[in-house]
Every structure is written in C-alpha cells, then in structure tokens.
Design a protein around this ligand. Structure first.
Ligand SMILES: [Zn+2]
Length: 167
C-alpha cells in the first residue's frame, strides 16, 4: 500500500525569467510567478507518516530559492548557443544576443525551459534531497509547475518503487 502527501502554498514558488524555444523559434524574454504542487508517495514510517510536512516544505522552499529571481537557462538547448566566459553567460539565438552575470542565471541541465522540464528537474532535485535527508520509504515524487493560473506542467519521478511497503 502506498500513501501520498501533497505540498502547496507558502514559499513553494519562485519568480523567474526565461524564454522557451519551440519549432526552431524562440519566445521573447518574459517571466512567470511559478507555483509548485509537490506530491510525495511512499510507505508509512513507524510513526505512520510518509514524510514530515515541515521538513519537506523547508527542503522544497530552499530549492525554489535557487531559482527565485533568476534567468532559467536551458543549458542543453539544441537551439541556443550558450557559453560561459569570465563569469558571464552569453546566450545567442539567431541575431539575438544576451549577456548575463553568472549570478543572475540558474543554469539547468535541460533542453528547454518548459514547465514540464522544470517539473522534471525539480522532481529529481526534491527526490535527491529527500533521500539525502534519510527518507528511504518514498516511491515517487510528482511535481506540478504552474506558470500561470490553470496552466501547469507535471513530471513524476519513480524514485524507488520498491519502497511502498506491504502495510
Ligand atoms: Zn514562459
């Protein structure tokens, strides 16, 4: 049997700029107030919980802070040319050229800064952080990234399907 907890609300959000590519084209630079929903599934601990809400929220908030007030850079883009020289990112797409201080950029190992890929990256980061914090009972982490009300991309990471015990 598997149980599920969901996290949403205060601090599980970040404001960031980006441009996604699509069909060989590229959006203009813009931003979103991204909001997360995190669903964590797993077996129950001896205390009959999947995860301590407070601990999980603290951890997700700290990951959100890494992205807050940054430019979200899809480092593995097939369409953007990205180089890091002397602590500045140079990003070019056709005749467009952006130079940004490294500190203003969240460089992510993704091919595009879509809500779906951001959700995938966040699910992996959250699962790794929960695991590092000692949570061995979790079977999956699912993240929804809402770009705007009613508009979200989701991704599920089956972190350890065997963890959902027979309880
Ligand atoms: Zn956007």
């Amino acid at each position: 049997m598997s149980h599920l907890v969901t996290l949403r609300g205060s601090g599980l959000s970040f404001a960031a700029a980006h441009f996604a590519t699509f069909g060989g084209d590229c959006e203009p630079l813009h931003g979103h107030n991204y909001r997360l929903t995190v669903e964590i599934a797993g077996g129950l601990t001896d205390d009959s919980w999947v995860i301590d809400f407070r601990e999980a929220k603290t951890l997700v908030r700290s990951i959100c802070r890494e992205l807050d007030h940054k430019f979200l850079l899809q480092e593995n883009s097939r369409f953007l040319r990205v180089s890091l020289v002397a602590d500045e990112y140079e990003i070019t797409f056709g005749s467009r050229r952006y130079v940004m201080p490294k500190g203003d950029v969240a460089a992510l190992p993704i091919d595009n800064s879509t809500a779906e890929r951001l959700a995938e990256w966040l699910a992996a980061r959250i699962a790794a952080a929960l695991s590092a914090a000692g949570a061995a009972n979790l079977s999956s982490v699912r993240v929804g990234v809402e770009e705007a009300p009613g508009q979200a991309g989701w991704s599920t990471l089956e972190s350890n399907p065997a963890a959902a015990g027979p309880d």
